[in-house]
Design a protein around this ligand. Structure first.
Ligand SMILES: Cc1cc2nc3c(=O)[nH]c(=O)nc-3n(C[C@H](O)[C@H](O)[C@H](O)COP(=O)(O)OP(=O)(O)OC[C@H]3O[C@@H](n4cnc5c(N)ncnc54)[C@H](O)[C@@H]3O)c2cc1C
Length: 365
C-alpha cells in the first residue's frame, strides 16, 4: 500500500508491505466459501478477483439436487455435503442480511417410460427414498407436458445472485478485496510464503474456476472444462416456487421469470452464446411447456471440471506456498462449503484431504 507523509515542505511516498495469512485468487463460489471459512478461523485473508459477469458461479442456477444423472444415482457424499452446505448458507444469510438459501421441491416431469421405470427403481430403495416422493401430476397439467407422470425430489437453490455480490461487498468494506486480475508476473513464491506487489502471505490459493488452465503451476492437471448455455425466460401466469425439470431445468427467479438451462459442450471455441444452443434450449422448453414464453436473455459460461469429476484441492507438492481449490464441475453449490471446510482443516491443522479430492492424485504418477 502506498503511504504518504507530509514533512514540512516535503512529501514522502513509500510502500508498506501488508501481511496476510492467505491470498485467494478468485471470488466464485470456491473463493467465497474458502475466504469465509478461513475468516471464521481467524485468518487474515485477501481476495483478489477480477469481476467476470459470466463466471460459472454468476450464471449458475444454484440448484442442489440429491439425485443426479439419467440413472438417478445419489450424488457423491450427499449425506455429508448437504447438511454442511445448508448450515453454512444459513450462517451467511445472518451475516450478510440477504436471502441466500432456499429449500425447494424439484418437480420432475419424467421424460420417457424407460426413465420413469429407472426413477422408480432407484428412488424406492436406499438413501434416495428420503429425498423423493410421488407427485400429483394433475396439479401441473395446465402448464406442462408430462405424459409419463411426475415425481418430486427434495432439493434447494443457492441464491448466487445475492450471495456473491453481498460477500464481495462485505470483503470490500473490510478492505479484504482487490478488484483486479492477478498479475502472475508480480507473484513471487518461496517455501516460506508469497509476495504479491505490496502484500505478503503464507500461501496463495487459486480459486480461478475455468481460468486455471492459464496458470503455469497447475498446467499438467487434466481439467475437462465444459461450456454451458442458459436462457432467462418470461412465462406469463406461471407462479411456482418449485424447480421444474424434464430435459431442461426451470428455476424460478423473480415474478414469472425463470432461469432455463443448460447445455454441455466440451469442444467449444469461445465463451459466447450460440444460436445452435438457443434453438436446442427452446426445443427442450417446448417439450416441457404447454404455454407461451418469451426469451429475455441468453448467457454462456464455462464449468471448471476435473476429468474424474471430483474437486481438486490442496497445496502444490513442489511449491507449498501455492494451492488450488477447483474442479467443482456441475455441483459447485453443494460441494464448495464442505470442501472449503476440509481444505481449511488441511491448511491450518494438517488434516489429510480426502484422497478423491486431493491434488496429490495428479502428482503421484
Ligand atoms: C450454465 C451453468 C449452470 C450451472 N448450474 C449449476 C447449478 O445449478 N448448481 C451448481 O451447484 N452448479 C452449477 N454450475 C456449476 C457451478 O457454476 C460451478 O461448479 C462453480 O461456479 C465453480 O465455481 P468456481 O469458484 O470454481 O469458479 P468461477 O465461478 O468461474 O469463479 C472464478 C472467479 O475467479 C476469478 N478469476 C479467475 N482467475 C483470476 C485471476 N487470475 N485473477 C483474478 N480473478 C480471477 C473469475 O473472474 C471468477 O470471478 C453451473 C455452471 C454453468 C456454466
Amino acid at each position: 500500500m502506498l503511504w504518504t507523509i507530509d514533512y514540512g515542505p516535503w512529501t514522502f511516498h513509500y510502500f508498506r508491505t501488508m501481511q496476510f495469512d492467505y491470498l485467494i485468487a478468485g471470488q466464485g463460489i470456491a473463493g467465497t466459501m474458502l475466504s469465509h471459512r478461513l475468516l471464521q478461523e481467524g485468518q487474515r485473508v485477501l481476495v483478489i478477483d477480477a469481476y467476470k459477469p459470466n463466471s460459472a458461479s454468476r450464471i449458475a442456477a444454484g440448484v442442489i439436487n440429491p439425485v443426479s444423472g439419467r440413472r438417478f444415482e445419489m450424488a457423491w457424499m450427499y449425506e455429508q455435503l448437504y447438511p454442511f452446505a445448508k448450515q453454512t448458507y444459513r450462517q451467511l444469510e445472518q451475516l450478510l442480511g440477504v436471502p441466500v438459501f432456499k429449500e425447494r421441491d424439484i418437480w420432475m416431469a419424467l421424460p420417457s417410460e424407460q426413465l420413469r421405470t429407472a426413477f422408480n427403481n432407484k428412488t424406492t430403495q436406499g438413501l434416495a427414498q428420503q429425498y423423493t416422493h410421488p407427485a400429483n401430476a394433475a396439479l401441473m397439467e395446465p402448464w406442462l407436458y408430462q405424459p409419463y407422470g411426475a415425481a418430486i425430489v427434495k432439493g434447494a437453490t443457492v441464491l448466487l445472485h445475492h450471495l456473491l455480490p453481498a460477500w464481495r461487498h462485505y470483503l470490500a468494506e473490510k478492505q479484504l478485496l482487490r478488484d483486479e486480475q492477478l498479475d502472475l508476473a508480480q507473484l513471487q513464491h518461496t517455501a516460506a510464503g508469497v509476495q504479491y506487489k505490496d502484500v505478503q502471505a503464507r500461501a496463495i490459493i487459486f480459486c480461478e474456476g475455468a481460468q486455471i488452465i492459464h496458470n503455469p503451476w497447475f498446467k499438467h492437471i487434466p481439467f475437462l472444462l465444459n461450456k454451458g448455455e442458459v436462457l432467462k425466460v418470461h412465462i406469463p401466469g406461471l407462479h411456482t416456487e418449485n424447480i421444474l425439470k424434464k430435459s431442461i431445468t426451470l428455476v424460478p427467479q423473480e415474478q414469472e421469470v425463470f432461469w432455463a438451462g443448460s447445455t454441455f459442450v466440451w469442444d467449444y471455441v469461445d465463451e459466447a452464446p450460440t444460436t445452435e444452443k438457443r434453438l436446442f434450449l427452446e426445443e427442450s422448453l417446448q417439450q416441457l411447456l404447454k404455454v407461451p414464453y418469451t426469451v429475455l436473455e441468453q448467457q454462456a459460461g464455462i464449468r471448471p471440471s476435473g476429468k474424474d469429476r471430483r474437486p481438486i484441492m490442496g497445496l502444490h507438492p513442489q511449491y507449498p506456498a501455492l494451492g488450488l481449490f477447483n474442479g467443482l464441475g456441475t455441483k459447485g453449490c453443494s460441494l464448495a462449503p464442505y470442501m472449503a471446510h476440509l481444505l481449511t482443516q488441511h491448511l491450518l491443522q494438517g488434516v489429510p484431504l480426502l484422497p478423491e479430492a486431493d491434488i496429490k492424485r495428479y502428482f503421484n504418477r
